[in-house]
Design a protein around this ligand. Structure first.
Ligand SMILES: [Zn+2]
Length: 85
């Protein structure tokens, strides 16, 4: 297996609003299922977060399997779709 290195050219952007389900998605490069709710850091590591007011606007993570950097957007759209009563 080829050893992967963190590489800025290896950056994927993912819009949660375009996904089905509850926020889990396969890594665009290796297909590992990543859940933003999983905070064990085994599957992925958080590199950066951007807030818009009190809301999470953007999350930059690194896939623990292939080291692809994934920029996740669309959290606000996701939140507005969830029942919030
Ligand atoms: Zn991956």
């Amino acid at each position: 297996m080829k050893k992967a290195a963190v590489n800025k050219d290896n950056l994927q952007t993912l819009d949660l609003a375009t996904l089905d389900g509850e926020g889990s998605f396969p890594c665009p490069t290796c297909g590992t299922l990543i859940s933003p709710d999983d905070e064990s850091e085994e599957v992925y590591q958080i590199i950066d977060t951007k807030m818009a007011g009190d809301e999470l606007a953007e999350l930059v993570i690194c896939c623990g399997t292939c080291k692809t950097i994934i920029r996740i957007t669309g959290f606000q759209q996701l939140l507005t779709r969830l029942p919030n009563e």
